[in-house]
Design a protein around this ligand. Structure first.
Ligand code: F6P
Length: 520
């Protein structure tokens, strides 16, 4: 299936080896810097002609116009009738971002100031040693990934815990390691209706009340939400509630109060650096698509279009993201939500069935672990999987020798994938090569480069959504499962509830099996 804009895009039939032989300068020309990131797509199956065709397709699809609509605060999330303005969360205070005619920057900065003041108090309070973030999806993955990524910046007295799963083993394992007197729970839920988060928050609340009494809830709980009334019903007061707005999607919310746990751990200064990094990539988008018409120089657009080439022209349904930075080991999981919840759609923004394949399956593990697990398939399997390699020049640890080995492995994998090595006599030892990858490199991983990296991917996802004509900012596909689970939970927990409405025979049989075997 091909997107209509792509009918004039032709893949170049030559192998990567042939492309490099024909034009060795591609190693210098198909590389660009965006903020502090060096992005290298020379090992991708593109030429000047292919890129020209792809960029023409992006213009036909209206990528600059759609970005301007996003930037202008238009309600581009049409199925929820909302603006999509996470860029405002990391904007400079003097910038102006408007939603429905109101400049939102005062509110954004006000909430950031409240977070800053609160985090300073907590970081100075020697009684608090453990921060437990309770949230799921966008209310967990961003802060959890970033807290790991910036582990070297975490206050030495503080230990971070992230509880997300409805599986009681998650909260239970954390409650067994922390002490009520020294634990602060940060309950994060945009809607404050999410089953997992409310169940875990209730368990934590009960645990605090049992050992310290009801009055201690005030001291040990804060909330982050767009639904202050629901937070209040839970028993957390307005002054302990940090807000954000409906124009911030869950998977784009790390930059808002959803990042509170991260700010508590690494401090407001680092958090501002994270915002700055993202702002630098936003500036690149604005300069090339809004202030000027320089789409050809736009790095996220180029990477997005290479992804579209793989998905729609070369029919590649998955993409691997492999960070050669141990601290980024949760980055693939974060990216799974960012990309797959945004672009895993089969209906266009106009409500029609899509005419092309949309978002790929995103997956990955850190290098070098992945090399000893699934790289066999990447090198010799029958499917071609495009890879993003992420690496840094300088680690945060002092083991330079090990870092040289790590970086050598990153380069070796990209080289082996691209150029392979034939084996005339022993076919099982042959590497056909011609397997594409992009290298995204930073001098070091710090709050600023992390902000750049996340924003880079956010913009890639946005551009691809435009190419596919879908709404990247809703997530109706998660609703049916939630609805069925609440109905089934009643049947599982109360055996007097009739099984008549369970539905299909396969589910009914499994419900009966569960009832017969569950703990009573
Ligand atoms: O179920 C999906 C989802 O709505 C995500 O989009 C969101 O990040 C997550 O659930 C958590 O939602 P909330 O922050 O409202 O608890």
């Amino acid at each position: 299936m091909t997107v209509k804009y792509l009918t004039d895009v032709h893949a170049d039939g030559r192998t990567l080896q042939e492309l490099f032989d024909a034009d060795p300068t591609r190693a210098d020309r198909f590389v660009a810097s965006v903020a502090g990131l060096r992005v290298d797509w020379s090992r991708q199956p593109v030429t000047d002609d292919v890129l020209r065709e792809l960029r023409a397709a992006a213009r036909l699809a209206g990528v600059p116009e759609h970005f301007r609509s996003l930037f202008a605060g238009e309600h581009i999330n049409s199925t929820e009738d909302r603006a999509v303005l996470h860029m405002a969360l990391r904007a400079h205070p003097s910038d102006s971002y408007e939603v429905d005619g109101h400049n939102v920057m005062m509110n954004v900065r006000h909430e950031l100031d409240r977070m800053t003041a609160f985090s300073e108090v907590v970081r100075a309070d020697s009684r608090i040693t453990d921060i437990v973030n309770i949230g799921i999806g966008g209310s967990d993955l961003g802060p959890a990934m970033a807290a790991q990524a910036l582990a070297g910046d975490v206050h030495p007295r503080l230990t971070a815990h992230f509880v997300s799963n409805i599986d009681g083993a998650d909260i239970d394992s954390v409650l067994q390691t922390v002490q009520p007197e020294s634990t602060l729970f940060v309950i994060v839920s945009k809607t404050f209706t999410t089953l997992e988060t409310l169940a875990n928050a209730m368990a934590a609340r009960q645990w605090i009340v049992e050992s310290l009494g009801e009055a201690a809830v005030r001291e040990h709980f804060v909330a982050v939400s767009t639904a202050p009334d629901k937070v209040e019903e839970f028993g957390i007061s307005a002054d302990m509630t940090f807000g954000f707005w409906d124009w911030v999607g869950g998977r784009y919310s790390l930059w808002s109060a959803v990042g509170l746990s991260l700010m508590l751990l690494v401090g407001a200064k680092r958090f501002e650096e994270l915002l700055l990094g993202a702002r630098e990539v936003d500036a690149h988008m604005i300069e090339t698509l809004v202030s000027d018409d320089r789409l050809d120089e736009n790095v996220p657009v180029t990477l997005a279009l290479i992804g579209v080439l793989h998905r729609n022209v070369l029919d590649r349904p998955t993409k691997a993201v492999i960070p050669y930075v141990h601290e980024l080991r949760r980055f693939p999981a974060f990216l799974q939500q960012l990309d797959m919840e945004s672009n895993g759609k089969s209906v266009t923004i106009d409500g029609e069935a899509v005419e092309s394949a949309t978002g790929p399956v995103i997956w990955g593990e850190p290098g070098t672990n992945g090399q000893h697990a699934f790289f066999q398939l990447l090198h010799q399997g029958t499917d071609i999987v495009p890879v993003d390699f992420i690496g840094v020049a300088r680690p945060r640890h002092p083991r330079v020798d090990q870092h040289d080995l790590l970086f050598a492995n990153l380069l070796a994998q990209a080289q082996a994938l691209a150029f392979g090595r034939p084996s005339a006599h022993e076919p099982h030892r042959g590497f056909e090569g011609n397997r594409p990858s992009t290298l995204i490199l930073a001098e070091q991983l710090d709050a600023r480069t992390l902000g750049q990296l996340i924003a880079l991917y956010e913009h890639i996802v946005f551009v691809q959504g435009v190419m596919w004509g879908i709404n990247s900012f809703d997530q109706w596909g998660v609703e049916l499962g939630k609805e069925l689970a609440s109905a089934l939970a009643l049947v599982l927990s109360d055996e007097s509830v009739s099984l008549d409405d369970v539905g299909d025979p396969a589910t009914l049989a499994a419900v009966q099996w569960y009832r017969a075997h569950k703990l009573h």
